[in-house]
Design a protein around this ligand. Structure first.
Ligand SMILES: [Zn+2]
Length: 183
C-alpha cells in the first residue's frame, strides 16, 4: 500500500496522537512561510514516518512505552515507600512551658527583607496564674510583674530577648534532629 506524503503525515500524527505534534502541524499549516523551520519540520516528519513505517514496528514502540510506564510506576512506588522527610513543622511550635524558667508563647512572621521567618510577639507568662508578665520600672525598682495577680520578681524577664529567641531556635533544631533520626 503506497501512501502519499500527506497521508503518511496524517498517519504519523494519528499514531502518535500527540497534542503537541498536532499543535505543531496546525501551526505550520496556518503559517505560510518560514522555509527553514518548515524544512526542518518536514525533515522531522519524514524521520518519524520512516521510523514508524519502515524499521521499527509500532508494537515495539508500544512495548518500549509500556516498559517505561511500568518502570516509572515502580520507581514512583519505591519513592513513596521511602521514610517521609521530617514531619516536624516548626511553625506549630509556638509555646513552651519552660524556657529560662517561664512559660513563653510567640508567633512567626515571614520577613521578605530577610527571606526567612522571624520570631515575634514573644510573651512570658505568670507561673501562678498563666497571665502575661510585664516589665515595670518604678523609681529604679526594675521588676517583672503579672498583669493579673501579685506575682513579681526582680529584674526584667524580657531583658535578654536574644537569649530567649536563641533558645527557641535551639529547641527547633533539636526537635527537627530528633524527628529525622527517630523516623
Ligand atoms: Zn499571675
Amino acid at each position: 500500500m503506497a501512501l502519499s506524503r500527506n497521508e503518511k503525515i496524517t498517519l504519523v500524527a494519528a499514531i502518535i496522537s500527540s497534542p503537541i505534534l498536532t499543535l505543531v502541524i496546525d501551526f505550520f499549516r496556518s503559517v505560510p512561510i518560514f522555509s527553514t523551520i518548515k524544512s526542518a519540520y518536514y525533515w522531522t516528519v519524514d524521520l518519524l514516518v520512516s521510523i514508524l513505517t519502515y524499521n521499527i514496528q509500532l508494537w515495539i514502540v508500544l512495548v518500549i512505552l509500556i516498559v517505561i510506564i511500568v518502570a516509572l510506576g515502580i520507581y514512583g512506588n519505591a519513592d513513596s515507600n521511602k521514610p517521609k522527610a521530617s514531619q516536624f513543622n516548626f511553625l506549630n511550635y509556638t509555646t513552651d512551658n519552660n524556657i529560662a524558667g517561664f512559660k513563653w508563647t510567640w508567633t512567626y512572621e515571614f520577613s521578605n527583607e530577610k527571606n526567612r521567618y522571624i520570631i515575634s510577639e514573644v510573651k512570658a507568662y505568670c507561673p501562678n496564674c498563666d497571665s502575661p508578665l510585664r516589665f515595670k520600672n518604678d523609681f529604679l525598682n526594675e521588676h517583672t510583674e503579672c498583669i493579673r495577680c501579685d506575682y513579681q520578681r526582680p529584674g526584667n524577664v524580657y531583658g535578654d530577648m536574644h537569649r530567649i529567641e536563641s533558645l527557641i531556635i535551639d529547641n527547633i533544631t533539636r526537635m527537627s534532629r530528633a524527628n529525622v533520626s527517630g523516623s
